[in-house]
Design a protein around this ligand. Structure first.
Ligand code: F6R
Length: 610
């Protein structure tokens, strides 16, 4: 969702802001703009479409200056257009904003009654007017922003400049992310870390209800009430190289190939084979507290929810705690039964997904302990959780989540084994067996990626004209069927549905004919015979079958049109292998169809509004 950047220093602001916006492109956007402080007023340049359109406009109307703010907009209030693109200006004040002002209609009516006129349909323009009124009343910019925000309900990460107050950028945050980057004689602002990495790794993560005042000399933090806040900066572990494509055509392909490393790093230092022990020191649940857990709720959205569905099976198998998985946006509005005996597990790559964050807060309010699995350091979900297990997947930039997903599965396996050990459901020998299976996974993932990259390219060429796909799986591989279908639809725009294979007879089988390719995850394990039955049923109805099976299976090739064989591993860890060819298949389909693989239409990497 919208990206915000800001700069104050001695260098020209436009190249820094546009480069920052480019590094936030993965968040999703449909228009972009900058406001640069000029000698008499801010120079605002905006354009509908991609950053190239803004850059073209900046060629014909340059905006010189060393202080500015920028924005990529993902439309919520008002369609994508030049007028609705940020920054929005009122009087001498320019504002960029990520979030939603919920009482915008009432505020707009009030401001119109006061004689203020609006040029856009956005809720953000209201903020510009509110701040301008305060600045015109003689307040400094920080005081003006604070006064304006007391009138506002909703979520925001905003940045603001004012012509009468040169050399200052003021930022504020509530529920949407914002990071300040510290430099020498220059300061930076961004919605996310990748936009800062080319300049600094010293950052301050803004907290809800805080303002940051950026000048060449430094940054001060204050609360909405104006009290100063002291918080030392942190050094982020990511490098600017991680935010580059590193020779790959797309970030998504690079991230698919990084998965063995992402899983290795997520497991690293967290278990010992010799001692048959899991070390999840960040989870501070004592054995007594673990025994008191009556139920676990896993809450997440999208791909992270698919990880949660697998997490449930892992937790139930190893820790024997009843576990439910819910979409965060469903959970938060349905009066859930949650109390002190409930453990709530949030899963999020970005750590900023608005629904996941809100659902976890709601669960906490009702007394639950909140553990989260998060990829982005210090993200809002990590900060509000009682315990955080970080996945060490590194920056994920492709909008379609890949390496964060397999890293989440690795973290979930560790957590399930940890609880299982604490509760006495796993003895030393059983724990060691599981840890051995986990330890060899990165190597197996590497070989699967190498083998299936060319195989899935051939499959994509063969099935390129298909308009619909079905994905089927059972048990651990049912969520993988959902994930395979999601990957395909989100980046290639080809319609795909994922089903639990046992559900076929209850409806979806009616769809199957010679035009419907069916991707079946039919690896060895407890569900093998059952899924082979489903495969036969699809074949009998002329479905074209692409099967993901296990090496050594010589039955499957007799039924399926195309087969990809993977190494045999315990059911619990199969998803870390079976998802790989499905990610690659979606990637190759999208690439051959010519879609925007890393930034698919209408999608945002961090869904920071409801
Ligand atoms: C799909 C995808 C999304 C995210 C979802 C949750 O490829 O990336 O479905 O998984 O928006 O995002 P996080 O994990 O950041 O909470």
């Amino acid at each position: 969702m919208c990206g915000v950047v800001g700069y104050v220093g001695d260098r020209q602001a436009v190249p820094i802001l546009v480069d920052g916006l480019r590094r936030l492109e993965y968040r999703g956007y449909d228009s972009a703009g900058v406001a640069i402080e000029g000698p008499t007023s801010a120079r605002v340049v905006r354009a509908r479409g991609k950053l190239a359109a803004l850059e073209e406009r900046l060629q014909t109307s340059p905006a010189p200056g060393t202080v500015g703010i920028g924005h990529t907009r993902w439309a919520t209030h008002g369609k994508p257009s030049d007028e609705n693109a940020h920054p929005h200006t009122a009087g001498g004040v320019s504002v960029v904003h990520n979030g939603i002002i919920e009482n915008h209609l009432a505020l707009r009516e009030r401001l119109e009654a006061q004689g203020r006129t609006f040029e856009s349909e956005t809720d953000t323009e209201i903020l510009a007017h509110l701040v301008d009124i305060e600045v015109q009343a003689g307040r400094d910019l920080a005081t003006a922003v604070r006064a304006a925000l007391t009138q506002v309900e909703g979520a925001y990460a905003l940045a603001c400049i004012a012509k009468d107050q040169p050399g200052v950028v003021v930022a504020a945050k509530l529920a949407s992310p914002m990071v300040v980057g510290l430099g020498e004689g220059e300061q930076f602002l961004a919605s996310d870390i990748p936009a800062l990495l080319a300049h600094t790794r010293e950052v301050i993560f803004m907290e809800d209800g805080e303002l940051a005042v950026l000048t060449r000399q430094g940054v001060t933090l204050q609360t909405l009430a104006g009290e100063l806040v002291e918080r030392p900066p942190k050094t982020v572990p990511w490098t600017v190289q991680e935010a580059e494509k590193g020779g790959y055509e797309h970030f998504m392909l690079k991230e698919i190939h990084e998965q063995p490393r992402a899983v290795t790093d997520t497991l690293a230092g967290r278990f010992s084979l010799e001692r048959a022990a899991v070390f999840l020191d960040e989870v501070t649940i004592t054995p007594d507290q673990a025994r008191a857990i009556r139920r676990i709720y896993v809450l997440a959205c999208g791909t992270s929810w698919h990880a949660g569905l697998i997490g449930r099976l892992l937790i139930e198998r190893f820790a024997r705690i009843p576990t439910e998985v819910d979409l965060a946006h469903e959970f938060r509005y349905r009066d859930p039964i949650v109390d002190e005996e409930t453990l709530v597990l949030g899963i999020s790559q970005s750590g900023e997904t608005a629904d996941t964050l809100a659902s976890l807060k709601e669960a906490k309010r009702r007394g639950a302990r909140v553990v989260s699995i998060v990829n982005v350091m210090d993200a809002s979900i990590a900060r509000m959780s009682d315990d955080v297990v970080y996945t060490h997947a590194g920056i994920e930039i492709g909008v379609a989540s890949t390496k964060a997903f397999t890293a989440q599965l690795a973290a979930l396996a560790l957590l399930a084994l940890h609880l299982g050990r604490q509760l006495g459901h796993l003895d030393e020998a059983a724990t060691r067996t599981q840890l051995k299976s986990l330890a060899v996974l990165p190597g197996l993932m590497q070989s699967v990626i190498e083998a299936t990259d060319p195989q899935t390219l051939d499959l994509a060429k063969k099935y390129l004209k298909a308009k619909n796909f079905l994905f089927l799986g059972r048990g651990m591989n049912f969520p993988i069927a959902l994930e395979g279908a999601l990957k395909l639809k989100e980046i290639s725009y080809v319609h795909a549905e994922g089903y639990a294979a046992g559900e076929m007879k209850h409806g979806p089988i009616a769809l199957i004919d010679e035009h419907m390719p069916v991707v079946v995850v039919a690896t060895q394990g407890s569900h093998y015979d059952k899924i082979m039955g489903n495969l036969q049923e699809a074949k009998a109805r002329d479905g074209r079958i692409i099967a993901i099976g296990t090496e050594g299976d010589d039955r499957i090739a007799d039924i399926a049109d195309d087969v990809i064989l993977l190494p045999d591993v315990d059911n619990a860890y199969q998803p870390l292998l079976t998802v790989l060819p499905l990610q690659l298949f979606a990637y190759h389909m999208a690439r051959l169809l010519g879609t925007d693989v890393d930034q698919p239409r209408n999608l945002a990497k961090s869904v920071t509004v409801e």
